[in-house]
Write a protein that binds this ligand. Structure first.
Ligand SMILES: [Zn+2]
Length: 396
């Protein structure tokens, strides 16, 4: 049987394909990229946050150890689960977890959390700056370990997080903050492609970045992208916690409460994330689109909120998905080894909050307590204080 003609056969295959290589070459040909310098920095030199804006610098590990984090194979995951099947989270009590299931906010209210912005422990290097082989997310393992150590000291009395679980939560939060910067850059790139296709080549991303740095578009929560990145990390945790109540849900919800209560300690923009959590991300995305279009008032002229809800910048905007973004763990051998002991599967941890620890006993305890509550509510006469209390708990 004759094969039907392909687009190639009939001369209709687009000359420009969908690969990142094509995109990068195109960005260069249209002069839409800036230059980043290449520096072979030692990891100890990475502590100065001013160095980490991703535009003025690039990192190449001179040692050749700049290996991107990769997904584990099915076999590796199976072996990992087998190895950890008897390891339950250390220092955690069932009662503390049940307390956090009932009321995650109260469980963390007393924390003396010295919140650091995500960008003090990681950064996103945009592909709008050459050299292209260096774009991606850089997780700075030394600062991550220091921060984790301090959080652990503040939170150990809660009996809620084992050191490993706490590091997974921090890593997930930080990665997802940085991933939002990729969503923002992907959004700007989409606008560049669409306007160039109409004959109007515009350096959307570079212009937007510069304005964000100089005036912040006079937006009350400038830099808005940082507020949205924090909110995105918070919302990504909500997405993971839509599973039945148990240890993971309790730790996620209490951790979310903790970051919400401590955002105010972060720099401008970052600290305003609460304006954009849950469904409020739509309005924030609309403002960001307007800023990228160079006209903050555009939110009142065209329904940019429609785009922000369904198109960009949300999870579908990404030019590369979470597990595939070039992501580098940067640090000394010693720091990397300490980190690996806490997080045996980093890629799975920062994309899905996977951890191999066994929480079956805690989950069973929570399930049993929930059954007891349910039975109590059924037994209590309708409208009584007990019944109302039960409803309150359910709403959390
Ligand atoms: Zn950031």
């Amino acid at each position: 049987m004759k094969r039907p003609a392909s687009l190639l056969d009939i001369g209709q295959m687009p000359k420009l394909d969908e690969t990142m290589k094509t995109l990068f070459d195109w960005l260069v040909s249209k002069e839409l990229v800036g230059e980043g310098s290449t520096m072979d920095l030692q990891s100890e030199d990475l502590k100065d946050a001013a160095l980490l804006d991703g535009a003025s610098m690039a990192i190449a590990q001179a040692t050749g150890r700049r290996e991107p984090s990769r997904r584990k194979t099915q076999k590796e995951m199976k072996d990992l689960k087998e190895r950890f099947k008897d390891r339950s989270p250390v220092g955690v009590t069932q009662e503390a977890v049940w307390g956090a299931v009932r009321d995650p906010a109260t469980s963390v209210r007393a924390l003396n959390w010295q919140k650091l912005p995500a960008d003090a422990m990681a950064f996103y290097r945009p592909f709008h700056f050459r050299p292209f082989d260096q774009w991606g997310i850089y997780l700075l393992v030394g600062p991550l370990l220091d921060y984790h150590g301090r959080l652990q000291a503040f939170s150990s009395d809660l009996k809620l997080y084992s050191p490993e679980v706490l590091m997974h939560l921090v890593l997930f939060e930080i990665f997802n903050h940085e991933f939002f910067h990729h969503l923002a850059e992907s959004t700007a790139t989409s606008l560049e492609i669409l306007s160039a296709a109409q004959g109007n080549v515009q350096p959307v991303y570079l212009t937007y970045r510069q304005a964000q740095r100089s005036t912040g578009f006079d937006y009350p929560h400038a830099p808005l992208e940082e507020a949205l990145a924090n909110a995105y990390a918070h919302n990504a945790l909500s997405f993971i916690s839509r599973i039945k109540a148990g240890y993971k849900t309790a730790t996620i919800k209490s951790y979310q409460e903790a970051i919400k209560q401590h955002w105010h300690l972060e720099p401008a923009g970052y600290r305003d994330a609460a304006f954009y959590i849950d469904s409020a991300y739509v309005a924030g995305g609309a403002h960001l689109l307007a800023q990228m279009l160079g006209d903050p008032g555009a939110v009142n002229v065209a329904p940019l909120s429609c785009l922000a809800k369904h198109l960009m910048p949300n999870g579908f905007t990404a030019l590369l998905q979470k597990p595939d973004i070039p992501t580098y763990l940067v640090g000394s051998d010693q720091a990397l080894a300490a980190f690996a002991a806490l997080v045996p599967a980093p890629n799975e941890a920062y994309t899905q909050l996977f951890w191999p620890f066994n929480s079956q006993a805690i989950d069973a305890f929570v399930a049993q307590k929930q059954e007891e509550e349910k039975a109590k509510r059924k037994a209590a006469p309708k409208g009584s204080k007990n019944a109302r209390q039960g409803e309150l708990d359910l709403s959390q």
